[in-house]
Ligand binder design. Structure first.
Ligand code: ISE
Length: 335
């Protein structure tokens, strides 16, 4: 399978390398990035050619399927172009810059009558998250009642805006809550805190509550500048027990009167296995025609809830999430 990669920043480069090095039967043939040097260096690494613009990659007769990892504002439009070209695409999150933007992708897929888009909401491919889900479905904790997520980022340059914290980061946790609680959000409430007033007035630390259709609740703490490294975790409280991810992958070292663990510095290291699993599952699904992972619908629902979070941060009020009926095309998902 010949893959075209649009956007060769951190995620696009990671996907390109993973495909070139670790996925049998797949090659990266064409890459594109607005920064040509960046595209050229990834192309040289994976043995691909460089294309001058995104739509040329999608339409190229040397490309069977696409990875879209360009800036967020281009995701929905490029996803629709892939659908129009009849080519499968792994599209990075967020699927758009608003619920409405992402809804266009859902409508295009429904019109095409088949699922061509997998969204990079990749916690579903993380062994730790999978173990939590398996424990829930095995009945270990009874009926899942509350999802508690924590999501702490290293500082980024430039610092994110309030909305970027929601659309770029919290969408992952909204998706995890839906996936683990098996239900959709019906109402959201959010408030936030400025961490470093001298640097930014953005609400870099936010607390989000979701009320789900099945009566369960979710709380999400999302932090754009942890001050210590990267950490993502979930705990689900059920009617007869709780299940939580183990704290870190790294060993506990005791020395000099302390016990410590090295923190992963960022998501590229923390979710190394998940990214590989994700891209392998995607290529396999393109081969079999059986979609896996987060769908365009999932990407859309996460953004519709994210719209509500932004409104709630702004107004200080709870906001209803009005989901349209889920199209039959997406009925194989449990949510
Ligand atoms: C980043 O873009 C990712 O997708 C990471 O998975 C997420 O944890 C981080 O907050 C985002 O900025």
């Amino acid at each position: 399978m010949r893959i075209g990669v649009i956007g060769t920043g951190g995620m696009g480069a990671r996907h390109a390398r993973n495909i070139a090095r670790h996925v049998k039967g797949a090659t990266v043939t064409l890459v594109m990035d607005a920064e040509e040097d960046r595209a050229a260096s990834v192309a040289a690494e994976v043995g691909a050619d460089v294309a001058p613009e995104a739509r040329g990659v999608i339409l190229s007769s040397y490309v069977d399927a696409l990875v879209v990892a360009s800036p967020d504002a281009t995701h929905a439009g490029l996803a629709i172009d892939c659908i129009d070209a009849g080519k499968p695409a792994l599209v990075e999150k967020p699927l758009g810059v608003s619920g409405e933007d992402a809804h266009g992708v859902v409508l295009a897929e429904v019109a095409a009558g088949r699922r061509l888009v997998q969204v990079g909401l990749m916690r579903e491919f993380d062994p730790q998250h999978i173990a939590v889900r398996q424990s829930i479905t095995a009945g270990d904790i009874g009926r899942p009642l509350i999802f508690r997520g924590w999501h702490r980022n290293p500082p980024q340059k430039p610092r994110p805006t309030t909305n970027q914290v929601v659309f770029g980061s919290a969408v992952h946790d909204i998706h995890s809550a839906r996936w683990l609680l098996d239900s959709d959000p019906v109402r959201v409430f959010a408030s936030g805190v400025v961490i470093h007033p001298s640097a930014t007035q953005a609400l870099e630390l936010q607390l989000i509550t979701l009320e789900m259709a099945n009566g369960a609740l979710a709380t999400i703490e999302v932090n754009a500048d942890s001050g210590f490294g990267y950490e993502v975790g979930v705990e689900v409280i059920g009617s007869t027990g709780t299940v939580t991810v183990a704290p870190h992958h790294t060993p506990v070292v005791r020395k000099g009167g302390t016990a410590g663990q090295r923190m992963e510095p960022d998501w590229l290291e923390r979710f190394e296995t998940a990214y590989l699993n994700e891209v392998r599952a995607w290529i396999a699904s393109v081969n079999t025609g059986r979609a896996v992972g987060a769908s365009a619908w999932d990407g859309y629902v996460a953004l519709l809830a994210a719209d509500g979070v932004v409104e709630s941060l702004d107004t200080g009020m709870p906001v209803a999430v009005d989901l349209p009926r889920r199209p039959a095309l997406y009925s194989d998902r449990s949510q």
